[in-house]
Design a protein around this ligand. Structure first.
Ligand SMILES: C[S@@+](CC[C@H](N)C(=O)[O-])C[C@H]1O[C@@H](n2cnc3c(N)ncnc32)[C@H](O)[C@@H]1O
Length: 246
């Protein structure tokens, strides 16, 4: 199965990097704090990061005491930044599709993936392989675009807005139709894979994972006062985060 390596597209890469380099974005305000809150104690742990991108999380895991971190990613351009800006003797960066994670040597105490699973078509196959790569009692933490975010359909505008252009509610169509969704994000033909919430959860349960916690981040009062535009997250969460245990 061929993966879409959109992060090696120059236009996409430049647009994405600019977004991530911003001082404030949804990742910094919501996704990263939620992911951090789900992490177990990493002292002395062996960690596998699936879709590690720039490797920012991998160095953070070393700072938290990890013994070994393996970061895998499909994109050479992302890994180039990781190797240049986030290198550490305890980190190994490998160019490898998540779908082939069984090729990584050893087993792990913690498997983490931040915002990569919605690019993966064969989620069921990947969950199975993750379980096999984990030590008994190991923890699996991941974030992905929320299923209400990956739902988008070309039949409807994503948001209904008031006369001032303010978003008032999201339009949902074809939520139960799983599979490829194509849109424009920096480039045309940007592909993600939509799965229902139940599919994401059931696949974990059926493979033997115990789900410990899920987060759909929304702003607290302080954040909302500073960034009122993120009220949108009460209409439609951007992210889904899960912690599960083997
Ligand atoms: C949105 S970025 C997130 C990067 C990083 N985890 C973070 O949170 O900053 C998604 C990353 O997943 C990678 N990716 C997408 N599909 C992949 C696949 N099938 N196998 C490996 N990496 C993949 C991309 O190349 C990209 O680096």
């Amino acid at each position: 199965m061929a993966q879409q390596n959109i992060f090696d597209n120059e236009v996409f890469f430049d647009g994405y990097k600019k977004l991530r380099d911003q001082e404030v974005n949804a990742n910094i305000l919501f996704e990263i704090p939620a992911l951090s809150s789900l992490l177990p104690d990493l002292e002395g742990k062996e960690i596998l990061d699936l879709g590690c991108g720039f490797g920012e999380h991998c160095v953070d895991y070393v700072k938290r005491g990890a013994k070994r971190v393996v970061g895998i990613d499909l994109s050479e351009k992302m890994l180039e930044v990781a190797r240049k800006e986030n290198a550490d003797p305890k980190i190994e960066y490998l160019r490898l599709p998540i779908e082939e994670l069984d090729k990584v040597s050893g087993t792990f105490d913690v498997v983490i993936s931040s915002l990569a699973f919605h690019y993966v078509e064969d989620y069921a196959g990947v969950v199975k392989k993750i379980y096999e790569k984990m030590n008994a009692g190991a923890v699996f933490v991941f974030s992905q675009e929320h299923p209400f975010t990956t739902t988008y359909s070309n039949k409807l505008p994503r948001w209904t807005r008031d006369e001032n252009g303010k978003k008032i509610y999201i339009n949902l169509a074809d939520y139960g139709v799983e599979g490829e969704r194509t849109s424009t994000w920096f480039v045309d033909n940007f592909i993600v894979y939509h799965r229902m919430f139940s599919t994401i959860v059931n696949e974990l349960a059926q493979n033997g994972f115990v789900i410990e916690k899920m987060i759909e981040p929304t702003p607290d009062e302080e954040l909302l006062a500073k960034y009122p535009e993120y009220y949108d997250l009460f209409h439609k969460p951007d992210f889904l985060l899960v912690r599960a245990r083997k």
